[in-house]
Design a protein around this ligand. Structure first.
Ligand code: TXA
Ligand code: MG
Length: 332
């Protein structure tokens, strides 16, 4: 593996400052970054991804201290943010005038995150500007957790019309996108489940109400759009489901993914062509998009995914799987 070195980082930071696009690793997934204060650069991000203009971008900062430069913060919001940043946590706050409405998809709010990945932190410190960065994939595809996945999605056939610089930081350890949350009065609403779980927020702030946004709630516009889908059709099943009927209906060559213990039960009835399993939730999350990518490359037409329990990180994994299966199209 040829991981990023300091001269490459400096070159990437310069490219960003001049309005260029840089794919960089974060602890969640790879991001496609542009200077958030440069409208032309931000427009290029939307073009490179084929992203709808009403789907806002997350602004990445090098430290929590930068919060007030982009958003109207409050002591309570700052406490919440500081508790989980740097890390896989994004907070939606009222945007300051300086932030272009192109970044926020026309909304008066802005989503902020301080990634903990060392390459991301170095890059953000070096470029000295807030960086708007969606996941580094064509709109609708799963997020890349490796630089090769980002390249394949954004620069197919080795073409690079948007002159993107790619930084390789190895596999993203969390593997699914950050938790997106908003805070109003004493209530935290989770707009997108992610690496920081509902339980973690509740435990840290017992006096706050922490809830998942209901389907159809207009909080996170991105979740309205088609999302996280591999080429293969994804079917989700509960770990307790009787799979005998399913097997009869599956005539395609299919793959099976899930937690090791759950798969042991399922494979007594199912006979998949390919199997991918994880020993624990953390690994289910960190491998999910890579499995999608591998099974797609193998030409698998159906992926049967055994859903984990709806608790902790399981909530975020279920969310992505259900979206990939096309079952969830409203807001999280
Ligand atoms: O982990 C992550 O969050 C990755 C890495 C690169 O940081 N980024 C990421 O960005 O997943 P993206 O653009 O793929 O997803 C951003 C999500 C979308 O669902 C979007 O709608 C939501 O954040 N979002 C952004 N700004 C928002 C706002 N002002 N209000 C509500 N939701 C917002
Ligand atoms: Mg995305």
């Amino acid at each position: 593996m040829n991981l990023v070195n300091l001269p490459q980082l400096s070159r990437a930071a310069r490219h960003l400052r001049r309005g260029g696009l840089v794919v960089f690793p974060t602890e969640t997934v790879y991001g496609l970054g542009a200077d958030a204060t440069n409208v032309a650069a931000v427009a290029r991000v939307f073009a490179a991804k084929g992203r709808p203009a009403d789907n806002p971008l997350i602004v990445h900062l090098s430290s929590v201290a930068g919060l007030a430069t982009v958003a109207a913060s409050s002591p309570a919001a700052e406490r919440l943010f500081r508790a989980f940043a740097p890390g896989p946590f994004t907070l939606v706050l009222p945007a300051r005038e300086e932030i272009s409405r192109m970044v926020t998809g026309g909304l008066p709010t802005v989503a902020l995150r301080v990634p903990s990945h060392p390459v991301a932190r170095h890059l953000l410190r070096r470029c000295g500007v807030p960086v708007a960065a969606p996941s580094a994939n064509r709109s609708g595809e799963p997020s890349p957790t490796r630089v090769t996945m980002a390249r394949r999605s954004l620069s197919p056939d080795g073409q690079n019309p948007h002159r993107i610089i790619y930084l390789d930081g190895g596999p993203s350890p969390v593997g699914i996108e950050s938790t997106v949350a908003s805070l109003r009065d004493n209530e935290v609403t989770i707009l997108r489940a992610g690496g920081v779980t509902r339980e973690m927020i509740q435990q840290r702030f017992p006096s706050l109400q922490v809830r998942m946004a209901s389907l159809g709630e207009t909080g996170s516009p991105g979740t309205r759009h088609r999302h996280y889908q591999p080429r293969a059709r994804v079917m989700v099943i509960e770990r307790t489901d009787d799979v005998s009927e399913l097997h009869a209906g599956l005539n395609a060559e299919y793959g099976l993914i899930g937690l090791e213990d759950d798969l042991r039960r399922a494979t007594q009835m199912l006979h998949p062509l390919e199997t991918r399993h994880a020993s624990e939730l953390r690994h289910y999350a960190s491998n999910l998009y890579r499995w999608f990518s591998e099974l797609d490359a193998l030409g698998i037409s159906v992926i049967v995914a055994v859903l984990p329990e709806n608790a902790g990180l399981g909530a975020a994994i279920r969310d992505r799987l259900e979206r990939a299966a096309g079952g969830l199209t409203g807001d999280v």
